[in-house]
Write a protein that binds this ligand. Structure first.
Ligand SMILES: *Cc1c(COP(=O)(O)O)cnc(C)c1O
Length: 497
């Protein structure tokens, strides 16, 4: 594992072939005759020449160098990297779903529309909000959709007045970005010593220009915003909306409902709470749920269920209604990430309401197991109890000049994907750990032992941590250089690239 793996070009050998297709029969026109001269390559394409087995081994090895949820414990906080049940894939692969063309007539899409309708109703139920759109393709996209709806509503009632959205300083970076994208300015609200919104600072920031507030609950410190109902009432009093970033629903699903504690509109991340894959940055899904006041602004088309009489019988028909004059329009082609929406429904169907609550209870229990096991060695910036994730810092390791980054890199050598580090931004040297409910006690324990061993190494052999990882083909990257001057193509044998 130590020597860098050769690239596929380095194992290339001129003339070697994986598959040799049979020659084109003389009865058929030659390739040259089929392709006009002007469209032909002037130089042969630069491809590696390797045997089939060499190619298979090369790519299989590369795939094993990556840490993924199927191979390693993956405790990234603020991400909910949980197991993607295989039954979801079976359901999503059923030909009745897979082989339907998105442009098929409404009548032929009834099965799919029922899937969307049922998922919408489930999300409405667990959010305590009445209306849902499944269109947004990610959490951030859900944020933008919801802010556009809030804007459309205010613009209709009092044009040009409401220009600002309050955002706590612990928020995910997508929150202020979405504000800007939607044409608002983001006004920061401070966190208090307990890690929740500082109510005094919040009250001071309320003004007639405030359109609403974005709040994550539990917040990105893994702490439940216990005074959310109070915050909601204060916002409603000045005619502003409360938006909830629902990325952390894995902690409260079935235990409490945002609509019940005063939230007007929220997004879900199906790839966090409902077990659908994150898959290299996508495809995600960020459905938005809202109350009746904001519902007219939801994206089109709206999905409706109707009972129609046919002969003597009635049957259920799902319809797409594009006639919604106040709608912000479409935010995604067709119905959003259909395959992902179907997987989320399969997950809910496999669990049922009781089990969904147990998902959250287990997620919270697992995070608190880690909190209890590690708090002697790792500094906890907040005493407030943790929900589904726990934020530590590397403060105790500072004396040995060991940083959160070193701890994260050393975990790779010990066989664990690192947790999220240096986020939330309000915590210096943050180590943010989210185990999720899908891990066994043995796995949690093995991870805790690795973390405790690292704390011991920080005292006895800090240099080892600063040199980690030693077991990977690539050691520490110059991340800034990698971003600013990426090398995206392999230099070819002839010197061109
Ligand atoms: C993940 C996350 C987001 C963004 O969601 P994406 O689906 O990645 O766009 C927003 N807010 C919080 C708190 C998150 O954890």
């Amino acid at each position: 594992m130590n020597a860098p793996l050769p690239t596929v070009f380095e194992i290339s050998s001129p003339g070697r072939r994986g598959v040799e297709p049979p020659p084109i029969p003389a009865t058929l026109p030659s390739l040259d005759a089929c392709i006009p001269a002007a469209a032909r390559r002037r130089q042969p394409v630069q491809l590696p020449e390797v045997g089939e087995l060499d190619a298979i081994r090369h790519y299989t090895r590369l795939s094993q160098l990556n840490m993924g949820i199927d191979t390693h414990f993956y405790p990234l906080g603020s991400c909910t990297m949980k197991y993607n049940p295989r039954v979801n894939e079976v359901v999503a692969g059923l030909p009745g779903f897979k082989k339907v063309h998105p442009l098929a007539e409404e009548e032929e899409l009834q099965g799919w529309l029922e899937v969307f309708y049922r998922l919408e109703r489930i999300l409405a139920e667990v959010s305590g909000l009445s209306h849902v759109t499944l269109q947004p393709a990610a959490g951030a996209h859900g944020e933008l959709t919801a802010l556009m709806m809030i804007k459309a509503c205010h613009e209709e009632e009092e044009p040009g007045k409401r220009t600002a959205i309050l955002v706590p300083d612990s928020a995910h970076g997508t929150n202020p970005s979405s504000c800007t994208m939607a044409g608002f300015k983001a006004l920061e609200v401070k966190s208090g010593a307990d890690g929740t919104v500082d109510l005094e600072d919040f009250r001071a920031k309320l003004s007639p220009e405030v359109a609403g507030m974005m709040i994550t609950n539990p917040n990105t410190l893994g702490i439940f915003e216990a005074r959310i109902a109070e915050i909601s009432a204060a916002l409603h009093k000045i005619g502003a909306f409360l938006y909830m970033d629902g990325a952390n629903m894995n902690a409260i699903l079935g235990l409490t409902r945002p609509g019940d504690f005063g939230v007007d509109i929220m997004h879900f991340n199906l790839h966090k709470t409902f077990s659908t894959p994150h898959g290299g940055g996508g495809p995600g899904a960020g459905p938005v749920a809202c109350n009746p006041r904001l519902a007219p602004y939801l994206p089109v088309p709206r999905l409706e269920k109707a009972e129609v009489k046919e002969g003597g019988a009635t049957r259920t028909l799902y319809r797409l209604n594009g006639n919604c004059p106040k709608s912000i329009g479409k935010v995604r082609s067709f119905f959003g990430q259909s395959g992902i929406l179907l997987r989320a429904l399969a997950y809910v169907a496999a669990h049922g309401p009781e089990d969904l609550r147990r998902v959250s209870e287990a997620a919270v229990l697992n995070a608190n197991y880690i909190r209890a096991r590690l708090k002697k060695e790792y500094h906890l910036p907040y005493e407030t109890p943790s929900m589904h994730e726990v934020v530590f810092t590397a403060k105790h390791q500072k004396a040995s000049e060991v940083r959160a980054l070193d701890i994260a890199k050393r975990l790779i050598d010990l066989g664990f994907h690192p947790p999220t580090i240096y986020f939330p931004l309000v915590v210096a040297e943050a180590l943010m750990i989210e185990p999720t409910e899908t891990e066994s006690r043995e796995t949690l324990e093995a991870f805790c032992r690795a973390m405790l061993a690292i704390a011991e190494e920080a005292r006895t052999d800090p240099e080892k941590l600063r040199k980690a990882p030693v077991k990977t083909p690539v050691k520490r990257l110059d991340e800034v250089r990698a971003v600013k001057t990426p090398i995206l193509v392999c230099p070819c044998a002839d010197g061109s690239s």
